[in-house]
Design a protein around this ligand. Structure first.
Ligand code: SF4
Length: 76
């Protein structure tokens, strides 16, 4: 768990190889995440982020397209 991100208001979405962190207050709603991979990021599902629905590399690739920093990840 990345306590620094939690203290900044991020929520954690747990995966086997990688955790994804999201901060709704920072999100600019560009939609890059959901367009980038709908299996990982799906706003009509709870939880809306499922890191295990793609490979580790794919999770990192999509998160690297987030323009705001609202999405972060931590490999295990
Ligand atoms: S890519 Fe980042 S800024 Fe854009 S909608 Fe997703 S989380 Fe928000």
């Amino acid at each position: 768990m990345n306590n620094e991100l939690i203290e900044k208001g991020y929520r954690r979405y747990v995966g086997n190889k990688i955790d994804v962190y999201f901060n709704t207050n920072i999100c600019q709603h560009s939609g890059n995440c959901v367009r980038g991979n709908h299996a990982i990021f799906n706003l009509s599902r709870k939880p809306w982020i499922v890191p295990d629905n793609a490979t580790l590399e794919e999770v990192k690739r999509v998160i690297d397209t987030c323009p705001s920093g609202a999405l972060q990840y931590q490999e295990k």
